[in-house]
Design a protein around this ligand. Structure first.
Ligand SMILES: Cc1ncc(COP(=O)(O)O)c(C=O)c1O
Length: 393
């Protein structure tokens, strides 16, 4: 019913993915397969809701509406089977900002925050820039019979060893970017036991959770046990799923009364806890039956893109292998068998193949030999990109 093959020219719309190529890659003649938004049309039921609001000529201060978090909490329950009262939700103006706010709310200078590399690099940046120390608890790669990485698992023994008296927080990426891992409930339960016992608050970034593939179900960290609910704050958003990152619509969920009081109080005192007009309108329009139907079709298409990239590489470029994501539209490419130093690998993609992908080493040393490909785009775009890569090689 929806057309995900439509090619939409985004250049000149002041969008980061296309209009910042020159700034970020030193040239603009690149196929953009990097920043984590999709090239699909934002669905009409969201655009129409925004247009309806725009048809009124006054854009003054909005009110959120009492039903807003009831709608959000019903959506979360429907999708993940996780029932949380609406009172446990608050708006945050972006998940990275939410993480930064939580760090500043709960930590003292010199405190340590655990992250699990290779991981979404703003976790490191926001933590360091807020004056806290990053501790790396690297994920352990899993290998297939040919020696390619095919997934990641947590190393909880390493975590236990690295925790000391200053370790106060862990930022979890669940599902994981860039590895695409949907962590099993049992792993999350063990993580929760460790963190609760050692007095560590878990910030669970679940921005990709609405995009789990292959009939799997996302397991919210806070849902796995009472310990997990007590020690964590969860962050979710419709932004990735419905391609509305630019309207900035995210929310935090805290069930523990003490954590909630402190964190929500912090947000309130900074007046960052209510959504701007378009953010709330877009979320209301997304979290509906039409949203569910669109999401299902979009996920089918994205899964088809993952299959396509995986199959194409196996058939045509067997030195590069796609780590098949269990969630979302980011495909971690294992390029280690090319045997190229990272700078040469990046040069191959950018200057030879004219492709803008994320350099894997940005996500940590563990990402050397990898590139991150965004497959949230028409399949024909991927086909052309892979041909360019083959020609460049
Ligand atoms: C894991 C993860 N968290 C957060 C974000 C960004 O979220 P926001 O724009 O709400 O800060 C991204 C975007 O790529 C992401 O992949």
């Amino acid at each position: 019913m929806y057309d995900f093959d439509e090619m939409i020219d985004r250049r000149g719309t002041r969008c980061y993915k296309y209009d910042a190529l020159e700034e970020e890659f030193g040239r603009s003649d690149l196929r953009a397969l990097w920043v984590a938004d999709m090239d699909f049309r934002t669905p009409d039921f969201i655009l129409d809701a925004l247009r309806r609001r725009l048809s009124h000529p006054v854009l003054g201060y909005p009110v959120t509406g009492k039903d807003y978090f009831e709608i959000v909490s019903e959506w979360v329950e429907d999708l993940h089977g996780w029932k949380v009262p609406a009172s446990c939700f608050r708006y945050v103006p972006g998940i990275v900002k939410g993480i930064g706010f939580a760090e500043r709310c709960f930590l003292q200078p010199g405190d340590k925050v655990v992250i699990q590399k290779p991981v979404y690099h703003p976790f490191r940046i926001v933590t360091e820039q807020s004056g806290f120390e990053v501790v790396n608890n690297p994920l352990r790669p899993q290998y297939d019979a040919e020696g390619f990485v095919c997934g990641y698992e947590m190393d909880l023994d390493d975590l236990e060893r690295k925790i000391d008296a200053r370790t106060k927080m862990l930022v979890l990426c669940n599902p994981h970017n860039p590895g695409g891992v949907v962590f099993p409930a049992e792993t999350l339960r063990r993580l929760a036991d460790i963190c609760e016992r050692r007095g560590i608050i878990v910030l669970s970034d679940e921005i990709h959770c609405e995009m789990v593939h292959g009939g799997r179900r996302h397991v919210p960290f806070a849902s796995v046990s009472e310990a997990a609910a007590r020690c964590s704050i969860t962050f979710m958003a419709p932004s990735k799923t419905f391609n509305i990152a630019g309207v900035v619509s995210s929310y935090a969920i805290a069930q523990d009364p003490e954590l909630a009081e402190r964190f929500f109080g912090y947000l309130e005192s900074n007046e960052t806890d209510y959504p701007p007009i378009f953010s709330a309108e877009a979320t209301r329009a997304a979290y509906t039956e039409a949203g569910k139907a669109w999401r299902a079709e979009m996920l089918d298409y994205v899964q088809g893109n993952v299959d396509f990239v995986d199959g194409w590489l196996r058939a045509n470029l067997p030195q590069i292998r796609a780590v098949r994501p269990q969630a979302s539209f980011l495909v971690w490419l294992d390029c280690r068998k090319l045997g190229l130093p990272q700078e040469v690998l990046v040069d191959l993609f950018v200057n030879k193949a004219r492709l803008a992908l994320n350099d894997g080493s940005v996500f940590g040393e563990e990402g050397r030999g990898f590139m991150r490909l965004n497959v949230g785009c028409p399949r024909a775009n991927l086909e052309a990109a892979l041909e360019s890569l083959r020609n460049a090689l």
